[in-house]
Every structure is written in C-alpha cells, then in structure tokens.
Design a protein around this ligand. Sequence first.
Ligand SMILES: [Ca+2]
Ligand SMILES: [Ca+2]
Ligand SMILES: [Ca+2]
Ligand SMILES: [Ca+2]
Length: 587
Amino acid sequence: MTFDIQPVKASGTIYIRADGSIDPPTAPIQRNGDTYTLTGNITSDANGIVIERDNVTLDGAGYIVQGSGSGLGISLHNRRNVTVKNMKIKSFAMGINMGSGGIPISPSNNSISGLTITDIAGFGISLWYGAHDNNISGNILIRNGLGYHNWAIDLDLGCNNSINGNIVRDSYGGISIRGGTNYNTLSRNNITNNIYGGICIKGENNILRNNIMSGNQYNFGVGYGSGYVNDVDTSNLVDGKPIYYWINKQDATVPADAGYVTLINCTRITVQNLNLTRNYEGIRIHQTTNSTINKNRIANNWLSIKLSHSSEITISENNITNSYCSIYLSESFGNAIYHNNFINNTYQVYFDGLWNVWDDGYPSGGNYWSDYIGIDLYKGPWQEIETGSDGIGDTPYTIDYYNKDRYPLMKPYGGPYDIGITNMTLFFRTVDEQGLNLNFSLRLKLVNYGISTETFSVTVYANTTIIVTFTDIILLSRSSKTIIFTWNTSGFAKGKYTISAVADTVAGETYTDDNTYVADEQVCVSIPGDLDCDKDVDLYDAVRLLARYGAKIGQPQYDPNCDIDGDGDIDLYDAVILLTHYGEKDP
Ligand SMILES: [Ca+2]
Ligand SMILES: [Ca+2]
Ligand SMILES: [Ca+2]
Ligand SMILES: [Ca+2]
C-alpha cells in the first residue's frame, strides 16, 4: 500500500481544441456544453490556456493561471464570441492575446471580464490585428508591461471595442490606442501610478468618458504621428482635473480647472493662467488660428506645447519647465513666441524650419532660455554699440538661420515692470571697528528690465541694521547702474555681519525675488589684524598675511582681508598694523 501524495507540479499548457475537447483530458477544467469551468489552479512553464474554439465561455471560478514569466496566460488567437471571466492570471510574458500574425482573421465579439492580471512582463491584454467589437470590462491589471515597456491594454487597428471599468496600476502604461485604431469606447477606467503613461490615443473617433488618470508620469496624450479628432469630454480627469478636448470652437476661454488642453480647428481661443502638468502634451494645437497661450505654468510634460498646421498663435509669459521638449512646431508658421521662460527642458525647440517670431522687439525682448550662454555687456537694438547691461543677451539665441530670438533675456521674464539687483560684490571682508580700515566697500548692480523709466530706492543692511539708503535712483527702460559704496564700520560692534541690499518694489512689479540680494560672504568687524576673524591676532593671522605678502590688487594672490589698510597692496604697512595688535584678544 502506498500513499500517493501529489507534489505541486506544472500542469503545462491546456488546450480547448476546435472540436471542443480538453487537452490534456486530465486538466482541471469541467466542460458543460460550451462552458468550461476551472476546478483548480493551473501552472505552466509555457502558455497557460489556449482556446482554439469559438463561441465558448471559460469561467475561471476564481482560480489562478500561473506561469513562470514566459508564454501567454490565455491565448484567444483569432477567436470570435469567446467569454473569459472570473480568474487570476499571473507571471506570463503576455496576459491575454487576441490576435496573431499570419492569419488575416480579426478576433471579435469576445468578452474579457472580472480578471486580475498581475506581473506580466509585456502586454496585459492585447487586441491586435484589427480586433473589433470586443468587450474588456471590470478587470484589474497590476504590474503589467514593466519587463518590456509595454502597455497594460493595447489596441491596434481594431474598432468598436469597449474598454470599460478596468483598473490599471503600477504598470508601465495604462491603455494605448495605436494609430489607425478608431471608433473604440473607453469609459470608467481608473489608470493610476503607472511609471510611463496613463491613456494614449493615436487613433481617431474614439470616445472617452469618465476615465480617471492620476499619478502616471504622463497621464494623457496623443503621442507622435497621431490622428486628431476624438470625442473626449470633461468627465475624463487627469490628476483630478478635467481634459478640455475642443474641436471647432470659437471665441472662448479654456476654464481655469483644465488639466490638459487640445484645440483642433479652433479660432480666437484664450488659454490662460492654467497649470498643465504630467501629460504627453501640455497644450496641443491643431489647425487653429488667432489664439493666445498666456501665463500658463506648463511643467513635466513630454511636449509642453505642440503646434501643428496652426498660425497666428501668440505664446507669451508661460513658464515651461522640465519637459522633454518645450515647443514642437509642425507645419506652423507666423506664430509669435516671446516672454516665455524655457527652463530645464531636454530640448527647447523641435520644428520643421518654417518661420515664426521669437521675440517682441527691443526693448520688450524675447524669451528666457535656460541653456543660453551669452553675456550682457551692451544694450540697444543692435546689442553692440552702446555699453551697459540691459538684461538682454548681446547675441541672439539661434534656433535656425531664419528663426532667432534676437533679444534673449538674461533672467526669467518678470513682467513689464521689473527691476532687480544682479550682483553685489564685497571688496573687503574683514574690517576693524576703529575706523582704521574704512575701505570696506561693496558694489551693487541694478537693472531695469521693464518697459518704463523707474525711480526707486535701495537700502543696504548689515544684519538688520540699515547702513545706507540710496534714494531716487532713476533707471531708464532696459538700462543698468552700478553703485559703489564704502561702509565706515566705526560704531558697529565687533562680530560678523551679513550684508544685504533691498530694492523697492516698483509699481506693477510682480517678480520681486531679485529685488533682494544677500552677499555670499559675511563681513567681519574685529581687531585690526584679526584676518581670520576668530577674535584674536596671533600666529595664524601673521602666517596668512605672510603667505600673501607682496600681492597687489588684481593679482590672484591678492587677499583683501590681508590688505589691512586697504591701499591695494599687502606690504610692510599692513604687517606693522598686525604686529602692533599682535597678542590682542577679545574677551
Ligand atoms: Ca545686452
Ligand atoms: Ca524684480
Ligand atoms: Ca585671528
Ligand atoms: Ca596695504
């Protein structure tokens, strides 16, 4: 007598053959007419279940079909009218494949529902080779496509499929509708936290309703080479905000709650003050004219602004950051693009060479490009005759021969009324409290970036104490001024001081970050000769002076802290001052 204890072993691929038989017959599947019901779990090193017969139902009864990372979970190659429901599919190269090469039969009228499909290296559910009239509903797909960078649900060239009420999360991508895949309906799908995409539609005439995309790197978009007309209404949400997919609209403003904007064949549309993030395109514009894209924050998209077959679009005062490409222009010309801030994008402009305007003339200026490497020593329309900084780079930002931003901005655009402190240099860091070194001085550089003459004050502080206020500074539009000031430290207690300068906010000014400038280094008020500012004059100070002995201002060896009397050289007079105070200590 033996006890036959069955080890857990792979049951291998199971076939439902064209004649309706189950192969192998020992497989844990019970047949009742055209309904096949699992009676146990299935494990396989290759494909899971291959269905070769139409018009059947496979009911998983909650059991699992588990692979080892290769093969198909369920093969529905070219099947028609097959229902698969109520099971788990785990660890295959693909979950369910509904099309195959070679045989030109489109899989159709199949239903996939109530499945939990997890840990699939490639596509979770693929509807290929013109799969049509299939229904994919109420499935949960988790960790699909991470191995091969595939989408959880992928449709290619089919139509009239219904993708409804599915959950896709923690996968590579959610749902992909490839080019030429038209007239499908996607509704109530919940696509979250996928490392690449949410929903991407490249086909046309697809209908999207009540889909929720959130936490995906790129929640929604149409990708490259896409069709254009789809019926996507505002019930579709990206990170909680509605999609505005406008077709044939005129004279309208996109509402402030928009999370994604497409304009197709529109005229006189305003897109303003929106926050558009984490989509394939921040704003997509096709066959549209006479519209304004203004003051939007467009960040972390693949393409921040995509224009195709469009003209007379004014794109201004937008902040465009952290995209793969800031602005993509295809068959689009005569658009005006200025006063935008293009910051930290992999590619700034991708286009086909048609002519567009990239600045608003002088002194209004062009755009801020974070990869611009020019300098600003000259001013004026020619940027080479009149000396003096104007906040505009002296050389154009070149996109191609015909497309140049002639007046690239040296700092992010801050509105029509904007002054700023561009620099503050401290010439002497360590000074004494006895008025011996009166040559501590600072140099402040001020620029008026705005369009009108500004009159304002600048106040300089040592910590919180006002050292000096310069009043009635007058700066013409696009001009600059340098102020040099010497601080008499007598009356100030010994110690370290942080030096800062604050320029008034002028009327209408909104960009005030650059109205305050804090010096990098502190100024030390101490005993004459305390070069390292540690409250004594000792050997360390003497060694420091000797190391720089003989250096004159302008030489690399010159250290202003060692030029105790501030006369421009480090010589015997400085050494004598140090020696006079040698050994002194502050309590
Ligand atoms: Ca300049
Ligand atoms: Ca400012
Ligand atoms: Ca010292
Ligand atoms: Ca000296």
